[in-house]
Design a protein. Structure first.
Lengths: 93, 364
């Protein structure tokens, strides 16, 4: 399944400044592994040592937070849009 | 007697868009008859079925409401200025100057004089007078939000001026709440600014927030954001939040009971994982965009207009010049607003955000 992954600006150094990349995956976990294969270092930014999605990073499928779906096992289908959204603190202070 | 009659913006479509028309009469009653003859549509607004002046229309002669004079028998003399001002529910009205100042928004049917009154009666707390708080405060003040609390502990630095438009070059070194108050006074003297020159802490947050209708977050660190989130939930206040990083911004609204920042991001990044926001460059226009979106959300909440960002996180990518949104939800497992909450009072947010355990999910 080919999906589009939206990359936040905080992670674009890893994706050579691309704001969206494609991945071939049947689940969020496969998507993360596929991203790691293409862009080494990305998985560590998304998942902790236990392999769980970090608590300050959200992954969405078509706008739905996978924590409210099936987490990393959330299935993907062709054309899905996966968004990675990290917590952001800045206030221009 | 020839007098000048001030026509407020909402009535100008009835007087060929004229702000002032000439009127004639020895008394207010005669003047109203004269106006009815020459501007029938306006005349219809100035009388009820009984032919009397409707209760929601106030008539001023030289800025004095006629009930404090002799009512419709109030005599007129050459050169008097008369104003006919529609009051709003509750009997509180707007001055002629306010009708003029806010005319472009009062003419919006969903705002009107009643909406303007709501804005003037509203109390919004802006936490942070920096890059996000500046544009938010300027637009809320210009729109006539009657009370703006501003929390900021800092003094203005020269490097702030590139984005913090509440302050000006001569203000460098002054407390930001002071220069903010002066700037807002110059924009709009209708607005009462309440400066809070403190750092928001667990000890003072509830007390500071309590008198306000809602909180507009414009803070630059996670600890204060979680503190504000918890304090807003515990005091039942809507929390409008915004954040920026480099070329990207986020904005959302948390309505108590419909999800909170902890539902969105259960824990902050561990200290050191993310760069300190003050060490990341940005163009001032980025917090400008996000701060103005926050201000719009505040105005919508006050006026009861449209659909708020509650339930959605808006993401702005300035490089792509693209807005996207994702859904936010109340998490039944949320320790603050979930089904079995464990947070009932404010805690130690510095520790929460600097702990090595931050970013890990504890207790599940």
């Amino acid at each position: 399944m080919s999906v589009i992954v939206r990359i936040p600006i905080a992670l674009r150094k890893i994706t050579a400044d691309q704001n969206s990349v494609s991945a071939d995956a049947n689940s969020i976990l496969e998507c993360v592994e596929s991203l790691e294969a293409s862009y080494p270092g990305l998985k560590e930014r998304l998942c902790d040592e236990a392999g769980e999605i970090r608590r300050f990073v959200n992954i969405y499928v078509n706008g739905e937070d996978v924590r409210f779906l099936q987490g990393l096992t959330t299935p993907l289908k062709d054309g899905d849009e996966v968004s990675i959204v990290p917590a952001v603190a800045g206030g221009g202070g | 007697m020839a007098v000048t009659v001030y026509i407020p913006a909402p009535f100008r479509r009835l007087t060929a868009n004229r702000s002032y028309v000439e009127g004639h009469g020895q008394t207010v009653a005669e003047l109203l008859e004269d106006l009815k003859t020459r501007y029938p549509a306006l005349g219809d607004m100035l009388q009820n079925e009984a032919g009397e002046l409707p209760a929601h229309i106030n008539v001023y002669v030289n800025n004095q409401e006629i009930h404090s004079l002799q009512g419709k028998a109030t005599p007129l003399k050459d050169g008097d200025e008369v104003a006919v001002i529609p009051a709003i529910a509750g009997g509180q009205d707007l001055t002629p100057a306010q009708m003029e100042r806010y005319s472009r928004q009062i003419m919006i049917p969903q705002v009107g004089p009643a909406g303007q009154r709501k804005l003037l009666d509203a109390r919004v707390l802006i936490v942070g007078a920096g890059g996000l708080g500046s544009p938010a405060a300027v637009y809320l003040a210009a729109a006539g939000v009657g009370t703006l609390g501003i929390v900021d502990h800092d003094e203005l630095e020269l490097s702030n001026l590139q984005r913090q438009i509440l302050h000006h070059t001569p203000d460098v070194g002054r407390p930001k709440v002071e220069s903010a108050q002066e700037t807002i006074d110059r924009y709009n003297p209708d607005v009462q600014v309440i400066p809070h020159r403190v750092r928001l802490t667990s000890a003072n947050a509830m007390e500071i927030i309590a008198p306000y209708d809602m909180v507009l977050g414009a803070v630059d660190n996670f600890a204060t954001r979680y503190l504000l989130n918890d304090a807003c939930y515990l005091t039942g206040k809507p929390f409008i939040d915004g954040a920026v990083f480099l070329f990207e911004g986020q904005a959302t609204v948390f309505i108590p009971g419909r999800g909170c920042y902890r539902c969105l991001f259960p824990a902050p990044p561990p200290a050191g994982v993310m760069p300190n926001p003050s060490q990341v460059g940005l163009l001032g226009v980025l917090p400008g965009v996000i701060g103005v979106i926050e201000a719009f959300e505040a105005l919508k909440l006050i006026l009861g207009l449209g659909e708020s960002l509650a339930g959605r996180l808006l993401i702005f990518d300035a490089l792509a010049m693209e807005f996207r949104q994702v859904k936010t939800r109340r998490d039944p497992r949320c320790p603050l607003c979930g089904d079995a909450p464990t947070i009932h009072e404010l805690g130690d947010y510095e520790a929460f955000c600097s702990s090595p355990a931050a970013g890990h999910h504890v207790g599940q």
